[in-house]
Design a protein around this ligand. Structure first.
Ligand code: DUC
Ligand code: ZN
Ligand code: ZN
Length: 468
């Protein structure tokens, strides 16, 4: 069966032009003009922007208390056709077993295609060997937590260095959650001792300097270990600058940021009636000036992708209220997979902060490249026919009433929409239309991410052997 998406404005990470996309089965067969006559059916895309389906390189379905894959229709209606989800590790479990267990939860349930990252939540003595196994399980990246001291997530430098060396030797991308754990521990203790228990104190306990220090620290360790590095959820100007400057000096260091750090700020944590708890995530929301620096960074390519860090904490607002009386007990997590692309379009493209090409790069092309997903993120013959017809004329507001994420709130309530995905195709099949999910659940398939992905592209551990 051949389908032609005709007469839309096709937007890639480099250009845009009015034309057609011919889909043959699940794959893009051709991009050009006058392709309708080759198709069995034609979808008129006049007036639409035709975008690659979004790739969200950072989601938490089931980790950090997040709801599971039965809530992934939210991704589809928001224009995201691939998620890369963190597989949580149970105590005593190997990283590979954790990935395979997580894959069983997604199979036949997930509404969009999915790949996995590993995350170390219980570092065993053989962690380096476990990391080396990951590419065989289709996993190209592992995340290490420098924060969360006192929990099994936390990793001390000695282990982190060994993990970096193992990752480097096997082409696994080392991802870090970079916040100085001791600053957080001390600040949390001081704040609670003063009786400061409200959600806003989550920010004061994790000040910008904690992230700046953690980021610089991670970059130095990576330099020592000769390991490419991906700094996740960069939220502060100084951390972003550390990533940018290390890269400029020739170190393979990359970073991403997330929708909420670009569009929300610390004032949301101060909302009355404990509403601020809905916005508790780590690192925390930052004062506005950091958001400004992050917009500049994504526009200029100093940060490579915008993910949602989607974590829809099960139980919604009631679950967040477990932290009443002690902000440090508020479950961490901010939902956003559904709104990621629409918010970035409305707040980024429509406000002139990024171009449409940059939008495509940040939401689809670059994350696919970061993760090593070879057939995703581009409107190119041979790639999967994951395609969004984006209707720029639609006007509305983001509201929980339209959310498929399974919570009683969203993070972007009341924000204006500037258009929305009118039709979303997953491997050639229509799965969402005008905010509704229109396909049987569970059509997503598991993707294998290739090692030696983006962070390794300019990196040869044996470069000196080739100098003359
Ligand atoms: N880090 C994340 O990336 N997401 C949720 C919480 C965290 O610490
Ligand atoms: Zn993190
Ligand atoms: Zn996360």
């Amino acid at each position: 069966m051949k389908t032609c998406i005709a007469n839309g404005t096709i937007v890639t990470d480099e250009a845009e032009f009015v034309g057609d996309i011919l889909i043959d089965g699940e794959t893009i067969a051709a991009v050009g003009k006058g392709l309708s006559s080759l198709a069995d059916q034609v979808v008129d895309a006049t007036g639409m922007f035709v975008l690659p389906g979004g790739v969200d390189e950072h989601t938490h379905y089931g980790s950090f208390g997040g709801l599971l894959f039965d809530t992934t229709a939210a991704a589809a209606v928001g224009g995201t056709t691939t998620i890369v989800d963190f597989a949580p590790q149970a105590r005593g479990e190997t990283l590979a077993d954790a990935v395979e267990k997580h894959a069983r939860l997604a199979k036949g349930v997930c509404c969009v295609d999915y790949a996995f990252h590993s995350m170390v939540m219980d570092a065993a003595a053989d962690l380096p060997a476990q990391i080396a196994q990951l590419p065989r399980h289709g996993v190209s990246a592992v995340k290490i937590f420098m924060a969360y001291k006192g929990t099994p997530y936390y990793m001390e430098d000695e282990k982190l260095i060994e993990a970096m060396m193992a990752a480097r030797n096997t082409g696994v991308t080392m991802m870090v959650h970079a916040e100085n754990p001791d600053i957080i521990t001390v600040e949390t203790r001081l704040l609670l001792a003063e009786g400061r228990t409200d959600p806003i104190n989550h920010y004061f306990a994790r000040p910008p300097i904690a992230e700046a220090e953690g980021t610089r620290h991670a970059i130095r360790l990576a330099k020592f270990a000769d390991c490419p590095l991906m700094v996740m959820h960069v939220t502060v100007k100084e951390a972003m600058e550390a990533v940018r400057d290390a890269f400029d000096q020739g170190q393979p260091v990359f970073g991403e940021t997330c929708t909420h750090y670009l569009t929300l700020d610390t004032s949301y944590l101060a909302k009355p009636n404990f509403e601020g708890a809905k916005y508790v995530c780590s690192p925390p929301l930052r004062p506005k000036e950091h958001g400004k620096a992050l917009w500049e960074a994504v526009a200029k390519g100093w940060l490579t992708a915008v993910s949602s860090d989607h974590c829809a904490v099960a139980g919604g607002f009631a679950a967040k209220k477990r932290g009443m009386g002690d902000f440090s007990k508020i479950p961490n997590g901010c939902p956003g997979v559904q709104e990621r692309m629409g918010m970035l379009w409305a707040q980024g493209v429509m406000k002139g902060r990024i171009s449409r090409q940059k939008f495509v790069e940040l939401t689809a092309t670059a994350p696919a490249r970061n993760v090593g997903l070879e057939k995703k993120g581009q409107l190119t013959p041979g790639f999967d026919a994951d395609i969004v017809l984006y209707d720029p004329s639609y006007q509305g507001t983001f509201t929980v009433a339209d959310s498929l994420a399974g919570l009683d709130y969203i993070a972007y309530e009341g924000f204006p929409m500037a258009g929305r995905p009118d039709k979303v195709f997953l491997r050639g099949r229509l799965i969402a239309e005008k905010g509704r999910y229109v396909a049987p659940a569970g059509l997503g398939v598991r993707l294998r991410a290739k090692p030696y992905a983006r962070a390794y592209e300019a990196f040869s551990p044996h470069a000196e052997e080739y100098t003359f």
